[in-house]
Design a protein around this ligand. Structure first.
Ligand SMILES: C[S@@+](CC[C@H](N)C(=O)[O-])C[C@H]1O[C@@H](n2cnc3c(N)ncnc32)[C@H](O)[C@@H]1O
Length: 221
């Protein structure tokens, strides 16, 4: 198991609740919300896809099940969640690479991915790591890359059971649409927009999309 001195907010808020995370999120409609995120992307054989903050690997495994000819990588700082993710992919008989790491220090070279996904992850980042995480997403994009992100609405969204049980209100206070979109633009992502929302038992979730633009070669400007 990988040790790291960096802290992070784990999937269920604390380790002992992690075994409850998947059934709880499923019960409250999280699987359907992730599926809707995936359905927004056109994936082609041979593409490389990253799920940043993959947690227990539900989305990464689903991507590989539905798109077997796409190469799927999931990344998360939580070794316990990664262990669950690996077991989940194994049970589903799909091959997914699960890596330990943080969103603002992606362990991949530039131009590594065609698509990056992020579900229920952004509100776990401290305010000062949000911009640097988005810059990393842009750095690892190939030209033409696309970013698909879904997270709880904030700060004025209707937050239901899941958000209230798992997370302090303050993690959602920094998740307003304007803030998310301006961070994406500042990170050099282009065409950043909110493309939809969903009201669920556990509250409102927002869907965002952004593009890599011309890719890392424009970074030197
Ligand atoms: C609510 S969970 C969502 C997990 C998964 N994406 C899903 O749809 O269930 C948030 C995840 O973000 C991860 N996380 C926290 N800080 C992170 C960081 N700095 N970089 C990447 N992931 C992070 C947590 O370990 C956790 O697994």
């Amino acid at each position: 198991m990988v040790e790291s001195s960096r802290t992070y907010l784990p999937a269920a808020g604390c380790d002992w609740r992690l075994p409850l995370y998947d059934p709880f999120v499923k019960l409250l409609g999280g699987d359907a919300a992730r599926r809707a995120l995936l359905d927004q992307a056109v994936l082609r054989p041979g593409q490389r896809v990253l799920d940043v903050g993959c947690g227990t690997g539900t989305l990464a495994t689903l991507i590989k099940q539905l798109h077997p000819e796409v190469e799927v990588v999931g990344l998360d700082p939580d070794p316990k969640a990664l262990a669950r993710a690996r077991r989940k992919a194994e049970r589903a008989a799909v091959s997914v690479q699960f890596d330990h790491g943080f969103g603002d220090e992606l362990p991949y070279p530039e131009a590594s991915f065609d698509r990056v996904f992020s579900s229920f992850m952004f509100h776990h980042l401290p305010a000062e790591e949000k911009g640097s995480t988005l810059r990393e997403v842009r750095r690892v994009f190939k030209t033409g890359g696309e970013f698909y992100m879904m997270d709880f609405e904030g700060p004025h969204g209707v937050h239901g059971l899941l958000a209230r049980v798992l997370h302090a209100k303050k993690t959602l206070a920094d998740n307003a649409e304007d803030r998310v979109l301006s961070l994406m633009r500042e990170a050099g992502l282009t065409d950043a927009k909110k493309v939809g929302r969903r009201t669920m038992l556990f509250g409102g979730v927002a869907y965002y999309r952004a593009s890599a633009g011309l890719g890392p070669s424009t970074d030197a400007v």
